[in-house]
Design a binder for this molecule. Structure first.
Ligand code: PMT
Length: 317
C-alpha cells in the first residue's frame, strides 16, 4: 500500500471513531507526566519514558454494545514489564485494557478483595495472614511509583479508544526525542466495524444468521515510527501460534514498520521464551528455569534497556 492510501485509511479510521471521552483530561495528565520527567523540568529528574501497551482491544459490533470481538491478552507481559522498566529508572505510561493484569499485583490471588481480607469484628477488616506480605508489597510499590511520578495508568477498552490514545501519547512524547520508547505488547484488533455504519441497538437473532463485513484496521506502526514520534525507540511484538512462520513474520514487521526490534513469541511458550528480532540478528531470551519465581520479562526488559541506552548515546553523537 502506498503512503497516501495508508494516510487515507488512517484518516478515515479516526474520522469515523466515536470521540474519546475525557480527551482533554487525558492530554493534561500526559503533559504533566512528561513535563515532570523532562530534561527541562526544574523539579523532576530527566528520565527515559516508555509507553507500555498491554491487554487486548475489543471491536464493538453494536454502538450500544452488547457483543464484541476480543483479542487475547491477559496483560501479564505488560504489567510485569512495567515493574522492570520502573526498576531500571524509567517513567512508564501504562496504556492497558480495563480489567487486565496490573503492575505490582502479580503475587495477589485472582479475587484479591474477597480473598485477601477478612472481618476482625462487626466493623473492622484486616488482611488475612497468608496474603499479608503480597498485599503490603503491592500497595507500597504501586503507590510509590504513582506518587513518585514514575507510573501513569491510562485504561482503554475498544480499538477506537486504544488507537486514539496511542496517538495522543505519541504526540506528547515527541518532545523527549530518543529518550522516548514504545513497548507495544497490546494485542490489537486487525478488523473492525466502522462506527458510523454500526447498528445502534442490539442485533436481533430473529433476523437469521449474521452477515457482517469487517474493515481492516490500518496498521499505525509506520506512522507512529515515522511521523508521530520519529526519534523514539520502538519495540513491537509478534504473536503467532505456528512456530514455523513466527520469525519470518517478525522479520517482515521489523522491516516494513522500521521497528528497532520485534519481540517474537508463540502463544504456548510465551511465558518461557521470546526471540528479539533486530537488524543485527536474533537474540533468544529465556526465563531462568532454576528459579520458580523468575519470568521472561526480567531479562527481556534488561536487554531492551541496554539497547535503548546505546541508541540514546548514538543519537547524541
Ligand atoms: O498479555 P499476555 O497474556 O501476557 O500475552 C502477551 C502477548 C502474547 C499478548 C504479547 O507478548 C504479544 O505478542 N502482543 C502482540 C500481539 C499481537 O497483536 O500481535 P500482531 O501480530 O497482531 O500485531 C503486531 C504488532 O502490531 C503489535 O505490536 C500491535 O501492537 C501492532 N498492531 C497490530 C494490529 C494493528 N491493527 N495495529 C497495530 O499497530
Amino acid at each position: 500500500m502506498d503512503s497516501s492510501a495508508l494516510h487515507e485509511e488512517i484518516d478515515s479510521f479516526f474520522d469515523s471513531a466515536p470521540p474519546l471521552k475525557d480527551c482533554a483530561k487525558i492530554t493534561d495528565k500526559l503533559n504533566q507526566f512528561i513535563e515532570l520527567n523532562s530534561p527541562s523540568s526544574g523539579e523532576g529528574k530527566r528520565r527515559s519514558v516508555v509507553c507500555v501497551t498491554s491487554g487486548g482491544t475489543t471491536v464493538p459490533l453494536e454502538q450500544r454494545c452488547v457483543r464484541y470481538i476480543d483479542n487475547f491478552s491477559s496483560g501479564n507481559r505488560g504489567a510485569a514489564s512495567t515493574e522492570y522498566f520502573i526498576k531500571a529508572g524509567y517513567a512508564v505510561i501504562f496504556l492497558y485494557r480495563r480489567g487486565t493484569c496490573q503492575p505490582y499485583c502479580g503475587s495477589l490471588p485472582e479475587d484479591p478483595l474477597l480473598e485477601c481480607f477478612e472481618f476482625v469484628d462487626d466493623f473492622d477488616i484486616q488482611v488475612r495472614q497468608p496474603h499479608s506480605e503480597a498485599v503490603k508489597g503491592a500497595i507500597r510499590d504501586h503507590h510509590a511509583a504513582v506518587a513518585g511520578g514514575l507510573l501513569l495508568k491510562l485504561p482503554f477498552t475498544t480499538i477506537f479508544e486504544y488507537l486514539q490514545m496511542l496517538r495522543i501519547i505519541a504526540l506528547s512524547m515527541r518532545s523527549l526525542g530518543p529518550c522516548a520508547m514504545f513497548y507495544l505488547a497490546a494485542a490489537v484488533s486487525d478488523f473492525y466495524v466502522p462506527w458510523k455504519g454500526m447498528a445502534e441497538h442490539k442485533i436481533q437473532s430473529a433476523s437469521g444468521p449474521l452477515d457482517m463485513r469487517l474493515m481492516q484496521v490500518p496498521k499505525m506502526l509506520s506512522v507512529l515510527r515515522t511521523e508521530w514520534t520519529p526519534k523514539a525507540f520502538c519495540i513491537s511484538f509478534k504473536l503467532e501460534t505456528d512456530s514455523k512462520i513466527l520469525l519470518e513474520k517478525a522479520s517482515m514487521a521489523l522491516k516494513k514498520y522500521k521497528m528497532h526490534a520485534v519481540v517474537a513469541n508463540e502463544l504456548l511458550t510465551r511465558k518461557e521464551e521470546v526471540t528479539v528480532v533486530t537488524n543485527n540478528g536474533n537474540i533468544s531470551v529465556h526465563r531462568n528455569k532454576t528459579r520458580t519465581d523468575s519470568d521472561v520479562e526480567d531479562p527481556l526488559v534488561e536487554l531492551l534497556v541496554d539497547r535503548h541506552s546505546a541508541y540514546i548515546k548514538d543519537s547524541s553523537t
